[in-house]
Design a protein around this ligand. Sequence first.
Ligand SMILES: Cc1ncc(COP(=O)(O)O)c(C=O)c1O
Length: 483
Amino acid sequence: MLQESTSNSTFLYRQVIDLIDDNIDSGALKPGDRLPSLRRMSKHAGVSIPTVRKAYVELERLRKVVSRPQSGFYVRRLAANPLVKPSPRFRASARPVPISGQSLMERVYDGLYQPDVVPLGIANPTMARPAAKALHRAMKRIMTRAEDRSISYAPTRGEASLRRQIAYRYLDSVGVTVEPDNICITNGGQEALLIALQTVASEGDVIAVESPTYHGQLELIDSLGMLAIEVETCPEDGVMLASLQKTLAAHPVKACMFSTTLSNPLGVSMTEEKRSELVELLTGHGVALIEDDVYGDLLFDGRRPKPALAYANNGQVLTVGSFSKTAAPGYRIGWIVAGKHMRRIGALKRSFSCSSGLLQQLTLAEFLASGDYDRHLNGLRPILQCNADRMATSICRHFPASTRTSCPVGGSVVWLELPTGVNAEKLFDDALAEGISTAPGNIFAPCHRYHNFLRLSFGHPWSDRIEQSIKWLGHRTAQLSEG
Ligand SMILES: Cc1ncc(COP(=O)(O)O)c(C=O)c1O
């Protein structure tokens, strides 16, 4: 039974929020508990059902509760200590630097493919609920219908039916008009990022990246002979615009490569207001934005924000997407919204790989058009959310108390700050010897700065083995922190 609140807020929905807050603080509502139904709460608090709904949605935005489709709202299971602003010593590098640490990345990748490894080091959310059966059915239909064509070359810019489906999703889910002719299909998001980088920058140019950021971006910058400059991020909504502004004023940045939704590894998303301000800032400096948006469909609440692309009107933003994180990483199908750069992007795509696999493109177009993709996402998101809760609980139970973690609102990874002095590379090596893959923090920045950070993945069916692996990692972390 709820205890009475002491709130004297004038807004009715705030009174409901305060009431829930008070009950969480006093322990009357515990992590994992279901909130009273909208109707019960409306009676209890003497407010309307829409007011209660508004309060619950706000509590969800504040990450205090989570909604489960057809079930209700639940008190969130919080990690030990939510990661707050990065401490000053982890602020971004003040100058452009070449990328270091490739040998560590190689070891991490090698570890991922060791036989029978517990795959906590790979961000592969589709494994939590593979769509293999529905995709096989779609592929079978295509092979029957398209026969000879299905094994032929695709057009360089991609199969028209898939480009139409992608354009339709931009319109349907976020209200953004993208012409199918403005989309170029690529071999995964990685080739899309490669093409985007080569479209707007050349060897020696400076590219601004988030700190920490997805290691694949860093490998691209390195392979193209470019330099990276890090921009400070905050765990609430990503890139800090004030830091970016200083960086732009002090350095000849050619392009920014940022993840606007569910960045990897922090798992944070920029608000729509921030996206709009970001585009305005970059337009003022004549700097291009490569928007790495491969996780947008995996927000737990399913409410995808508008991409930064929506706020640009002159080709300043190149948005990259992919089906690797949501449907089939092995199909290697991604895309770029090319804007005014289509000619150059088409030429680069032709020279790199001619085109992407037609059968995979036709299959995905069928998968999307049939509604199976949305049904699959509706099943995948709650599983990922549940795994995120289990991961948080497990970390809380087994890792030293001073461990801090991110609170992901989607995707499949969690970012841990281990106690000072713990060497995450050593932990990575020891864990691999035990058959557990992890992703040590140092691969997420151009020069080694995240020594005591670790990224773990919860994008797999939960199992005892995973639980035991987290326990092992927690105990080993405790040993390493003792010296
Ligand atoms: C942020 C980000 N962008 C791009 C990619 C590459 O995606 P793909 O597998 O489609 O090449 C990844 C993969 O891990 C990623 O995490």
